[in-house]
Design a protein around this ligand. Structure first.
Ligand code: ADP
Ligand code: ZN
Length: 213
């Protein structure tokens, strides 16, 4: 059983690493952003409510997110663990999470905030399989085409610069304080996010194996 949280500011590399860790350890990546966008695309009542928050770059209310996450981690593919990517983001969410499960390890990606705008603005996502690329730091083999499935890559609407800066501000105010909560629990490890994608991955694997050791 391996229950992980990937923590860090937007564009720190959570999704990129979650995909790699998911392949290595055979546990699903649970990206709140993807769950939210899927709910919005299906136009469920919950999805319609959520959509108005996402468009503006604001956080969704805790009760909506928590409902969505709990439904997801109770599915059978989570029996051996999972990787949470983008959850929890507020004190309210982490308090709810503590009531239902104990997380083994929080991998805290630490990066200078200035570097993150460039990462976000250059990010490209596969429209089909959600693989993550970067025009400079992690380009696909053929421009604009997903290595994994051959579909077209797109830029997310919320990766426009002003939305990115807004997300960073919200992170600093509402999400960064959770680090203190994890430190009190003693299950957080800092990862140097300025290392390249491989360097960050190696640090994470080392932290996981040291803990399982
Ligand atoms: P998050 O899920 O934390 O928002 P992503 O994994 O989507 O972040 O990464 C944001 C962008 O930065 C992507 O385009 C990704 O390819 C790129 N990236 C991720 N990790 C690194 C890294 N260690 N160095 C440089 N670029 C990175
Ligand atoms: Zn793809």
């Amino acid at each position: 059983m391996l229950k992980l949280i990937l923590f860090g500011p937007p564009s720190a590399g959570k999704g990129t690493q979650a995909q790699r860790l998911s392949k290595k350890y055979g546990i699903p990546q649970i990206a709140t952003g993807d769950l939210l966008r899927a709910a919005v695309a299906k136009k469920t009542p919950l999805g319609m409510k959520i959509g108005s928050y996402l468009d503006s770059g604001r956080l969704c209310p805790d009760d909506l997110i928590v409902q969505l996450m709990f439904d997801r981690i109770s599915k059978s593919d989570c029996a051996n663990g999972y990787i949470m990517d983008g959850f929890p983001r507020t004190m309210g969410q982490v308090e709810e999470l503590d009531k239902v499960t104990e997380i083994d390890l929080v991998l805290n990606i630490v990066v200078e905030l200035e570097a993150l705008v460039e990462r976000a603005v250059g990010r490209r996502i596969c429209g089909e399989c959600a693989a993550v690329y970067h025009v400079k730091f992690s380009p696909p083999k053929a421009e604009g085409v997903c290595d994994e499935c051959g579909s077209a890559l797109v830029q997310r609407d919320d990766d426009k610069e002003h939305t990115v800066r807004n997300r960073l501000r919200i992170y600093t105010e509402e999400t960064a304080p959770l680090v203190e909560h994890f430190r009190r629990k003693g299950n957080i490890i800092d990862i140097d996010g300025s290392a390249g994608i491989d360097g960050v991955f190696d640090q994470m694997v080392e932290a996981i194996e040291r803990r399982e050791g």
